[in-house]
Ligand binder design. Structure first.
Ligand SMILES: [Zn+2]
Length: 300
């Protein structure tokens, strides 16, 4: 990538500049670095906005995103999102749910089927149009910060595999906090930089993709960033690990076979350890917007 297409950025969490970042490894000609002060992992220098957003083209959605989901099937879509839909149900007050980085809006469609008033924001013009025209959804083609939404109006805001793509995750989380009602819920899923796969295979773990994933979080850094943004994490967990997905093609096939066989054999033992040490592939976070005013009985 030409120098003109790259920009240097300070740490998004603590504001420290480049000399305070430790280079971890390079991939696709870009450096993945870790802030020495707050340990946030990020790509620096990184592609400028126009280069980052090129990725979310019509071609990406028609050739990669949509084929990965198969033909759109409302029932299958609803069942795929059932876990998260069940978890958020008890937060209904305004009945408004927003998905930031909603892509074509499959999650929004599932939430709507569960009775939520839904809207989405999406920077890909193609994806936003697809969701509006084919699924009849309210999707704003914008970043969350610029979408012109009403503060304090949402019960739930979701960011599914979005945060790692954003140019200013701290700014977006502050916007999430502003848009949620007091006591409302933010739900975030994002890759786990502390996953066993990353610890074992480093940059060969396919999730490491500095041309589009420009931030990488651990249970500790996601907790810190949310807290700084006015959101109080109530649950930070990881799922399990996948021994093939995102490794095949990057790691020697023989090594992968042995690794897969070991993990599969030891699954009953390994699984609880992965969850206990939070070294699964993906982070799943629930956080509450602070600012609940508890009614106090009058002392008089
Ligand atoms: Zn920092």
């Amino acid at each position: 990538m030409a120098d003109a297409d790259l920009e240097e950025v300070p740490c998004n969490m603590c504001g420290s500049s480049k000399p305070r970042a430790h280079k971890l490894f390079s991939k696709n000609g870009l450096w993945v670095t870790r802030c020495r002060k707050c340990h946030l992992v990020y790509v620096n220098p990184r592609p400028v906005q126009s280069r980052l957003w090129e990725r979310y083209s019509e071609e990406y959605f028609t050739k990669e995103y949509l084929p990965a989901y198969g033909d759109f099937n409302p029932e299958a879509n609803l069942s795929r999102h059932m876990g998260i839909l069940n978890a958020i149900d008890r937060y209904r007050q305004t009945n408004c749910l927003m998905d930031a980085g909603c892509a074509v809006g499959f999650f929004l469609d599932a939430a709507r089927r569960r009775g939520w008033d839904v809207c989405g924001v999406e920077v890909s013009e193609y994806a936003a149009k697809y969701g509006r025209e084919r699924l009849g959804l309210n999707i704003v083609n914008s970043t969350l910060e610029d979408a012109g939404l009403t503060p304090g109006s949402f019960d739930v805001i979701t960011l599914g595999d979005t945060l790692e793509h954003l140019r200013d995750p701290a700014g977006t989380l502050r916007a999430v906090s502003r848009l949620l009602r007091a006591g409302g819920l933010a739900y975030i899923s994002t890759p786990n930089f502390n996953s066993l796969n990353r610890l074992l295979f480093g940059r060969r773990w396919g999730v490491i993709g500095p041309t589009e994933h420009i931030y990488y979080f651990t249970p500790r850094t996601i907790t810190q960033l949310l807290t700084k943004s006015g959101l109080a994490p109530t649950s930070v967990t990881t799922g399990s690990i996948n021994t093939y997905h995102y490794l095949r093609g990057n790691v020697d096939e023989k090594v992968l076979k042995v690794y897969d066989a070991i993990v599969r054999r030891a699954r009953p033992l390994v699984e609880p350890l992965i969850r206990a040490f939070r070294i699964g592939d993906g982070l799943e976070v629930f956080a509450i917007k602070r600012g609940y005013v508890h009614a106090r009985p009058s002392s008089s």
